[in-house]
Write a protein that binds this ligand. Sequence first.
Ligand SMILES: [Zn+2]
Length: 311
Amino acid sequence: MRKIKHLIFASAIWGIVCGTACRAEEIPLIKIAKTSGLQMLSANSFGTKSIVFAFKDNSRVFTFKKVLMPLGFSAIKRYGRYYVDSSDYKYHIQPLLPTTKHHHKKLKIIALDAGHGGEDNGATAQWDKLQEKFLTMDVCLRLAKLLEKRGYRVVLTRSQDKKVPLPERTQIANRAKANLFVSIHFNSAPSASASGIETFTLTPSTQASSYQVSSRNAHENFAGNTFDSLNTVLGYCLQSSLTEITSAIDRGVKHSTFVVLRDLKCPGILVECGFLSNREECKKIASSAYRDTLAQSIFDGIVKFDNLLSD
Ligand SMILES: [Zn+2]
């Protein structure tokens, strides 16, 4: 925390030094690299050989170890130097720095949420009429087996083909005192060429969701916003694991105010495991071996996240 205040203060001074061209809430990458003991690797990247944070001018995404991560505000290039918003440092960069410790209860109880159910089929594949609600349940059950074998307690928000209202899914996790909430979905898009895996965490306080125009105070504060920084780490762990193991296209970690994520009393994530509207990807999803791989890679991501936590 002290480091953040120091950086924000330093950036305010920097703003005064360079006049009106700089806004006080911007932090130069070079300051972040220096404060965290990392090297500038180029004008728009810093880190080490194996840990690289890379930014693009005027872009609300950056890459961390090559995985696409979200920003609330565009990184900006000015006079050859790159700057990020102080809230992006707090929510997205600082949590991923190798020196950051994550003081949070180790995982014991994990809530798994199979998307859709009952009269709500979710997406349906055009070719073989595969329904999302059955696929999400299938992956959840495979994942539950792996987690239980490892010693975690698993709570399912639904175990049958029935409709469970979205707020109720969150409440099931909260009542069970879950330490983690993972919602499983499959994607669909009007364009048949869209493919790949994306994960969503709750939009951080004072920021806009990935598909909204960037603005400050974009949404009210939800209970789930307690975990904004941890959700970044969770997003990275799951997205990196999923895209490495499946070799699917990395569509990135994104932000949304999905109802199931809003009132959680623990870190939470919604995983879109691939597009049923893409013929090639749908063929893969239709195979139980691939759904095993999906479950295994989500499991690996959860374990990776748990290993970073210290009570
Ligand atoms: Zn869905």
